[in-house]
Design a protein around this ligand. Structure first.
Ligand code: S3P
Length: 434
C-alpha cells in the first residue's frame, strides 16, 4: 500500500493559492453540459471527483475541449459545449467514482431525460444513502431503482414527464436540494425546496450565472420548469475547504502567518473562519470580488488556540471542515465539542468514527457521540500509522496533525486525496517539509 510520511513542520510559506472549489467545479461542468452554447471554465478543479462530472456530461453529448493544463495540478481550464437540456442517452453506465455530488446532482438531471441510465461508483459511494434523492425524484414521477433499503448505487434512473413538488428536506443537504432544483427545471410549474437549515447555495448562484431564474422566500427556494441554461464563461474561485487545512496548520503554529489567495468566500461556506476565530486565531479577509461567487484573500495569524462548541445551524456550513477542525481541537487547550453532526457518519466514510480513532492513535483524548465528539485538547500528539478509510479529508486532516506530532505519521493510502486536492501532497512537501 502507498503511504505518505509526515514529520514535524520544517518550514513555513508566506502565501498559498489553493485549487478550484470542488462544489462549484461540479456545478460548472453539469450546468455547462446542459446549457445551450460553449462555456469556458477557468480555475476548474481537476480532481477525480470533478472529472467524473465532466466525463458524465461528455458521455451524454456535451463536447469537452481541454484548454490549459497546469503542471502538477492538471486541467484547470476547459470549454464545454452543452447539449442543451435534453441530453443524449449514454452508451453505457456512468462512472461517478467516489463522488456523491456527481451522483446526486446528475440524478436530478437524469430524472428529466427521456431515457434510462445507470450510475455506479466505487465501494465508498456504493455504501452511501441515495434514498434521500430517490424519495423526492420518485414523487416528481421519475423511476429510481437502487440496492437495498438505503437505495444504494448502482442506481438506474428512468426519466419521465415530471411534475413539480414542494419538498421539505429531511436532512440539511445541498446535494439533495440541488437534485430537486435540477429536476424542477424539467417539470412544468414551480418546484420548491424548503430547507429548515441553510446549506451551501452554489446551485442557486450558478443558476443565475446561466440565466436561470429562481426565488428564495425565507427557507424556501423555487424554480420554474422549462427554462434553458445559456452558456456563460465562468471563473471558479479557490476552495475554502482545501484552504482549511492550511488555515489550521497556521492557527496552530506559534508566531506564524499565512496569506491564502483567491479563495471562495461564499457566506454559506466561511463558517470555518468563524470557528477558528472563536478558537483564538486572528483572521482578516480582503474581498476582491462579490459578483457571482464572492472571492478574496484570507490572512491568518496564529495565537494560543482554545476549545469551542461547533453545532446547530452552523454545521452544514462547516460540514466538510469538521475533520480538520477536530484536529484543531486536539491542538488547542481545553475542550472542543462537535454536536448535531450525524451527517458526518454518511460521508465518504463514517467521519466521526475515523476522526476519533485516528486522534486517539496520535495520543489525543476523544469521546465519540452519535452526532459528534468531544476532544480534550492539549495532550502532546505523537506520530502513528493512520488508516484513511479511502477518505480524502481524513487523509489530509491527519497529514496536518502529523506536522505537529513527535515522530513520524504514516498516512496509509494517500491516493484518495486525488478526490479533491490533487496537488496537496506536493504543497505539503514543498511548503512545510522542505
Ligand atoms: C456538497 C454538499 C455537501 C458536502 C459535499 C459537497 C455539494 O454534502 O459535504 O462535500 O457540493 O453540494 P451534503 O449535501 O450531503 O451535505
Amino acid at each position: 500500500m502507498a503511504t505518505l510520511t509526515v514529520r514535524k513542520l520544517q518550514t513555513f510559506p508566506a502565501e498559498i493559492s489553493v485549487p478550484g472549489d470542488k462544489s462549484i467545479s461540479h456545478r460548472a461542468a453539469l450546468f455547462a453540459g446542459m446549457a445551450e452554447g460553449r462555456t469556458v471554465i477557468d480555475g476548474f478543479l481537476p480532481s477525480e471527483d470533478c472529472l467524473c462530472s465532466v466525463k458524465a456530461m461528455e458521455a451524454m453529448g456535451a463536447i469537452v475541449e481541454p484548454l490549459e493544463e497546469r503542471p502538477g495540478v492538471g486541467l484547470v481550464k476547459l470549454a464545454i459545449t452543452g447539449r442543451g437540456p435534453k441530453l443524449q442517452a449514454p452508451a453505457g453506465p456512468i462512472d461517478c467514482g467516489n463522488s456523491g455530488t456527481t451522483m446526486r446532482l446528475l440524478a436530478g438531471i437524469l430524472a428529466g431525460q427521456d431515457f434510462s441510465a445507470e450510475m455506479f461508483g466505487d465501494a465508498s459511494l456504493s455504501r452511501r444513502p441515495m434514498k434521500r434523492i430517490a424519495d423526492p425524484l420518485r414523487l416528481m414521477g421519475a423511476s429510481v431503482e437502487g440496492q437495498g433499503e438505503k437505495i444504494c448505487a448502482p442506481l438506474t434512473i428512468r426519466g419521465g414527464s415530471l411534475q413539480p413538488i414542494t419538498y421539505t428536506l429531511p436532512m440539511a443537504s445541498a446535494q439533495v436540494k440541488s437534485a430537486i432544483l435540477l429536476a424542477g427545471l424539467y417539470a412544468p410549474g414551480t418546484t420548491t425546496v424548503i430547507e429548515p437549515v441553510a446549506t451551501r447555495n452554489h446551485t442557486e448562484r450558478i443558476m443565475s450565472h446561466f440565466g436561470l431564474r429562481w426565488q428564495r422566500d425565507g427557507d424556501a427556494v423555487s424554480v420554474e420548469g422549462g427554462q434553458v441554461a445559456r452558456a456563460t464563461d465562468l471563473v471558479v474561485p479557490g476552495d475554502i475547504s482545501s484552504a482549511a487545512f492550511w488555515l489550521v496548520a497556521t492557527a496552530a503554529a506559534p508566531g506564524r502567518e499565512l496569506r491564502l489567495t483567491n479563495v471562495g468566500l461564499n457566506p454559506t461556506r466561511t463558517g470555518v473562519l468563524d470557528v477558528l476565530r472563536r478558537m483564538g486565531a486572528q483572521i482578516s479577509v480582503r474581498e476582491l470580488s462579490s459578483a457571482g461567487e464572492p472571492r478574496g484573500d484570507i490572512l491568518i495569524r496564529a495565537s494560543d488556540l482554545h476549545g469551542t462548541v461547533i453545532g446547530g445551524a452552523e454545521i452544514p456550513n462547516v460540514i466538510d471542515e469538521l475533520p480538520i477542525l477536530a484536529v484543531a481541537g486536539a491542538l488547542a487547550q481545553g475542550v472542543t465539542r462537535i454536536q448535531d453532526a450525524a451527517e458526518l457518519r454518511v460521508k465518504e466514510t463514517d467521519r466521526i468514527a475515523a476522526v476519533a480513532e485516528n486522534l486517539r492513535r496520535m495520543g489525543a483524548h476523544v469521546t465519540e457521540f452519535d452526532d459528534g465528539m468531544e476532544i480534550t485538547g492539549g495532550a502532546p500528539l505523537h506520530g502513528a500509522v493512520i488508516p484513511t478509510f479511502h477518505d480524502h479529508r481524513i487523509a489530509m486532516a491527519f497529514a496536518i496533525a502529523g506536522l505537529f506530532a513527535e515522530g513520524e505519521t504514516v498516512i496509509e493510502g494517500p491516493e484518495c486525496i486525488q478526490t479533491s486536492y490533487p496537488s496537496f501532497t506536493r504543497d505539503l512537501a514543498g511548503f512545510f517539509l522542505a
